[in-house]
Ligand binder design. Structure first.
Ligand SMILES: Cc1cc2nc3c(=O)[nH]c(=O)nc-3n(C[C@H](O)[C@H](O)[C@H](O)COP(=O)(O)OP(=O)(O)OC[C@H]3O[C@@H](n4cnc5c(N)ncnc54)[C@H](O)[C@@H]3O)c2cc1C
Length: 616
């Protein structure tokens, strides 16, 4: 694996992550402790994840009528991850955590995703438990979150429904108070839930004692009707097996039933489920005459936070979840890059262009000697390593948000507002493109299951779809993030980019790139204004995806220029030459593409919006 040297460079030489130990929260840490975490994760990924990546792809999860069966390797990978302490690594010492900075945690997660992105489902458990630590009661933290951190329980996020994916305001799962005294349950106000949740990752498995579902549902208004829009949405803890206040299972099965497993293109190591809540498959507390039908139907759920504030609680965790998706997409892009680089260095095929190649008696060259193959490798390197740097930059902002001065906290918050849609979406699109190029480098072999690259592509194809589709992220960026608070977030991003430009202007070898980036940044600013010139969202947002592509390319160009600034003039190591070349590739082959993308944005090109349906 070549990930480690790249991570070391980005973390320490570029981001100066070791300086995080100057913060009170991280005072016990140092480069040594960070390295120890990275070493452990790298080893577990190498031993427990990588060897089984193909296995979990071919041995899909299967339902035997009682339980979901996963390969033994999945159980072992899960156990190794839990035992490493990584589920609770970022938590306080008092909580059994290591107070590890998110920057280091995000970097460490890269090892697992490169090795086998789908074998572990711990990211969801972590997100679930983190949310409860912020919005849960003391008892909910104690009973649910701490057992998730400790590995006894796993967690899910149940937002989507068959008829409500992007548009969560249209969910129809309902939650009604569970009898008299429902409000005084020590685990939180107790409700009965009924509805169907679609696409739930890790929704059923036997990896741990219990599954803690976090479920969005609507509490009906006084007229018994569901409140339209997102206002009506509340958040509930729905354990698969009921738990007492001591955290022990009560022996009661909650009314949550697996309706079916989804059979996916990729990411097959993680189950994906349709779950029925409250349909009476597992009547619960029927002897007390409880439930929706007096016979125990209805999944028992405990309210988290206040009624009708469920989405707000969920969104609290979104930045980290989305950086997590971007990191997974990035890691898959890098995995394909590493595989195709190795292949290109060993595959003999063809002879050089020109006279020297005309002699068939001469040996063939390795394909890495062809300029076009180098183009495909450089594209992958510039996408994958550029995205990795952006992910770590955003993770560093998350740490700033948690430990900075009030001013720095606010600045980090606004920067993340603007950068997060890009951190999630840019790698999802361009590291997927990297995977496609990795297949291309392999030629016909890349199209077979004898080589790993087709799986990387299939696994990566998910990332433009979940956690907010590409289109939804783009609308969020152009429709909300760059205009919110008077455009302050956009100005802050521009300020940081300008700082890099100014520094690069001083370097004769980078001044050309600095000028190109300055022009590109101006172009994005002008296009943002032009998109909103009529003030009509329909006109502005019709080309939100090209806008996000252009903005993302400008951000990655900035990141590459900033990385290039770390390379000294004079004698350079091969790694440094590689970084400069990747930066040059990005500036010469990629950044110019923003012209076409921004043109349709600034002219509010109506071609797509006005195409009549019947004309398709
Ligand atoms: C493998 C996998 C794992 C998942 N895991 C989970 C999970 O653990 N928990 C969970 O709750 N969900 C999960 N999801 C669900 C995922 O978040 C949804 O699939 C996603 O939000 C899209 O919803 P949808 O599939 O209903 O598509 P739709 O919302 O129907 O979208 C279809 C297309 O229409 C576009 N579109 C929709 N609305 C608009 C609009 N207003 N403007 C412009 N374009 C629009 C979309 O961009 C998309 O291209 C998972 C999905 C998959 C495939």
């Amino acid at each position: 694996m070549r990930l480690r040297p790249t991570l070391d460079f980005l973390l320490y030489d570029w981001l100066k992550a070791d300086r995080l130990s100057e913060r009170a929260r991280f005072a016990d840490h140092s480069r040594e402790t960070f390295d120890a975490v990275l070493d452990t994760c790298e080893r577990i990924a190498r031993e427990k994840y990588a060897p089984f990546n193909r296995l979990v792809d071919t041995e899909e999860p299967r339902f035997d009528g009682e339980k979901v069966v996963l390969p033994q390797a999945t159980h072992e990978a899960h156990r190794a991850y839990v035992e490493s302490g990584m589920v609770s690594a970022a938590q306080d010492y008092d909580e059994g955590g290591m107070q590890l900075p998110y920057t280091i945690e995000a970097a460490a997660n890269g090892f697992f995703a490169v090795a086998s992105v789908s074998i572990g489902s711990s990211l969801l458990t972590k997100g679930n438990a983190n949310l409860l630590m912020v919005h849960g009661t003391e008892m909910q933290k104690q009973v649910f979150a701490r057992n998730e951190f400790g590995g006894r329980f796993t967690g899910t996020m149940c937002l989507s429904e068959p008829q409500a994916g992007s548009s969560l305001s249209d969910i129809t799962t309902r939650a009604v108070p569970d009898g008299d005294g429902f409000e005084s349950d020590p685990l939180g106000p107790r409700y009965r839930l009924k509805g169907n949740k679609m696409w739930i990752s890790a929704g059923e498995n036997e990896l741990a004692e219990n599954i803690v579902h976090l479920v969005l549902a609507k509490i009906p208004g006084p007229d018994g009707k569901l409140i339209p829009g997102t206002r009506g949405i509340s958040l509930f803890i729905v354990p698969k097996r009921l738990v007492g206040t001591d955290g022990q299972l009560t022996g009661e099965r909650n009314d949550v039933a697996l309706a079916g497993l989804n059979h996916k293109l990729g990411w097959r190591g993680t189950t994906n489920t349709l779950l029925n809540f409250g349909e009476g498959r597992y009547p619960v507390r029927a002897d007390q005459g409880g439930g929706l039908d007096g016979r125990g139907a209805g999944a028992i759920g405990y309210l988290v936070g206040k009624p009708h504030e469920g989405l707000r609680c969920m969104f609290h965790m979104m930045n980290e979840a989305r950086i997590g998706i971007g990191m997974a997409a990035t890691a898959l892009g890098l995995a394909g890059y590493y595989a195709s680089l190795e292949y290109a260095m060993n595959r003999p095929q063809g002879r050089p262009v020109g006279a020297a190649g005309k002699d068939p008696s001469q040996p063939q060259v390795r394909i890495i000697e062809h300029a076009d193959v180098k183009r495909m490798l450089l594209a992958q390197k510039s996408y994958g390593e550029g995205a990795l740097a952006l992910m770590l930059y955003c993770a560093r902002l998350v740490d700033e948000q948690h430990t900075g001065t009030p001013e720095a906290v606010d600045e980090a918050r606004l920067l993340l507002e603007v950068l997060t849609p890009i951190a999630k979406s840019w790698p999802s699109e361009f590291c997927l493109e990297a995977n496609s190029l990795a297949i291309q480098v392999h030629g016909g072999y890349g199209y077979t299951r004898d080589f790993p690259v087709e799986q990387y592509w299939r696994d990566n194809r998910l990332n433009m779809i979940h956690e907010g589709t590409h289109g939804i992220q783009a609308a969020d960026l152009l429709g909300r993030k760059v205009v919110m608070e008077g455009g302050k977030g956009l100005q802050l991003v521009a300020g940081r980019i300008n700082r890099t430009i100014e520094a690069a202007m001083q370097r004769p070898d980078l001044a050309e790139h600095a000028n190109a980036l300055a022009r590109a940044l101006q172009h994005v600013g002008a296009a943002t204004k032009a998109a909103w010139a009529t003030g009509e969202p329909a006109a502005a947002l019709a080309n939100a995806v090209p806008y996000m592509q252009a903005f993302g390319h400008v951000v990655i160009a900035w990141i590459w220029l900033d990385v290039a600034l770390t390379v000294p003039a004079g004698t350079r190591t091969p790694a440094e030459v590689g970084r400069l070349h990747a930066a040059r590739y990005f500036f010469h082959y990629e950044l110019p593409k923003i012209g076409a993308w921004l043109r349709v944005v600034e002219t509010r090109d109506p071609t797509c919006a006005t195409m009549p349906e019947e004309a398709f």
